[in-house]
Design a protein around this ligand. Structure first.
Ligand code: URA
Length: 458
């Protein structure tokens, strides 16, 4: 193999030339193999490379090679011995987006009903999730409000839980995709987070480290989305799907509406409570969009796993699994296997104990017309549910309850949101942020469909 010269790689990309597979693999190896004694590449050189990619982009081969090199930079979950169909979902992040807590048990229930010859569920969901950051929530923070629930399983424990329960929901270990840890931290400091190529490599390297046969992506569009425009979200969806397919994973992306919080609650324990209600057959009207999106995503996963001839049939099967209580039984199994005290699910409302709450009323009558959903997400964060910096603690009980959805008629004085916090002094700013952004109009607004586009569409 030729010696690796970081500057050659930077100059080639800076000048708009494609990089060879060797150059990309050498770059990623240098990022993870460097030590103070062996400075194979400096932070300045990594930053320069990131900026060159930001401006010049990557072609499909370069992106697939970067993703695969990042995936292989640490431990990879080896699902081969389980002899099952591994499938997962990923969302680019939203407000009140708790679909993972419904989809994992729905798929687990489908897998438990159809075990393979050696007794392993026929479908397994090795779900590696993240924490809340910025205006979006994180699955791990929600799960960790369940007493005893351990999200820090190692890969052997992940395999054991999948064998028994068909799904496990865990956090990234320091050994999974270590290259992303270094690259992401430098992207954050160099204004290169928003590159769709770097985002794709970051997301897909972590998902593909789960050894997936299929992946369904929820790429948000709208005022609460990570990407600023529909076109940017679409480009990202396209890159994610292409990268998944090249790696041999059946991959579908849904572009979905994120113009308002998904479901009834946004926060941490309150989101677990909402999902437990749904799993137990209680369908609050404010949870309608959450249930619909979860069934559509799970429907695609069931279809890709061969359990339904179309995604639509899969969505109907998903809803039947949910209504039958089988998903709830699967959820109890997963939570117990991960150390969770499942008695808290008997009465989840009783566990919600915010020290302070405030109701925000409609200031006029009309239709709830619009809100900046990112601002709503920041209000949830300021109530204590999210974190300002990585590593900050989050409150279990902070959050908001939505009492109306976009397009709905509202009367002056009707509650629109209830705010919860563990500290009464944290209520004023979020209340003001919500007041500023909520628009009520006298005419019926045009509301986008929940699913804007599916890629690939067939
Ligand atoms: N999520 C990730 O995991 N990586 C990114 O770069 C952006 C969102």
């Amino acid at each position: 193999m030729n010696p690796f010269h970081p500057l050659d790689v930077i100059l080639r990309k800076r000048d708009g030339h494609p990089l060879s597979d060797d150059q990309i693999q050498g770059f990623v190896r240098a990022v993870v193999d460097r030590t103070p004694d062996r400075p194979l590449i400096t932070d300045a050189q990594i930053a320069a490379f990131l900026m060159a990619v930001f401006w010049r982009g990557l072609d499909t081969r370069e992106l697939a090679t970067l993703t695969s090199a990042m995936r292989s930079s640490g431990d990879v979950f080896d699902a081969a011995s389980l002899n099952t169909f591994t499938v997962d979902k990923h969302s680019t992040g939203g407000v009140g987006d708790k679909t993972s807590l419904l989809i994992a048990p729905i798929l687990a229930a489908a897998g438990l009903e159809n075990p393979g010859p050696d007794g392993v569920p026929g479908i397994c969901v090795p779900m590696i999730s993240g924490r809340s950051l910025g205006h979006t929530g994180g699955t791990l923070d929600k799960l960790e409000t369940i007493p005893g629930f351990n999200t820090q399983l190692n890969l052997d424990e992940l395999a054991a839980t999948l064998k028994r329960c068909g799904a496990a929901l865990i956090g990234q270990t320091p050994r999974i995709v270590p290259a992303d840890r270094t690259l992401y931290a430098l992207r954050d400091h160099t204004g290169t987070v928003e590159s769709p190529f770097l985002i794709t490599a970051s997301i897909m390297s972590k998902k593909l480290a789960e050894s997936l046969k299929a992946l369904v992506l929820d790429v948000k569009v709208g005022s609460g989305a990570f990407m600023p425009t529909y076109e940017a979200s679409r480009q990202l969806a396209d890159l994610l799907v292409k990268t998944g397919v090249i790696s041999g994973t059946r991959t579908v992306a849904l572009l979905t509406r994120m113009d308002e919080p998904l479901g009834r609650f946004s926060g941490n324990w309150v989101e677990v409570w909402e999902c437990v209600d749904i799993l137990r057959g209680i369908r609050h009207p404010m949870s309608h969009d959450l249930i619909e999106l979860s069934n559509i995503m799970a429907g695609w996963m069931l279809h890709l796993a061969g359990r339904a001839s179309t995604a639509e049939e899969g969505a109907r099967l998903s809803d039947r699994i949910l209504s039958s209580g089988k998903a709830y039984q699967a959820w109890l199994g997963i939570a117990a296997a991960q150390g969770g005290d499942v008695r808290v699910f008997d009465d989840p409302a009783a566990r919600h104990k915010p020290a302070a709450r405030r109701v925000l009323m409609a200031e006029s009558s009309g239709y709830l017309a619009s809100m900046n959903c990112k601002q709503v997400g920041w209000a949830v964060q300021r109530l204590g549910a999210g974190r300002a910096r990585p590593g900050d603690p989050v409150s279990a009980h902070a959050g908001i309850e939505s009492h109306a959805k976009l397009g709905q008629p509202v009367e002056q004085g009707q509650p629109l949101f209830t705010l919860f916090s563990e500290d009464a002094s944290l209520l004023d700013e979020p209340e003001q942020m919500l007041r500023e952004t909520l628009q009520i109009s006298s005419t019926m607004p045009r509301i986008q469909p929940l699913i804007r586009e599916t890629i690939p569409s067939a």
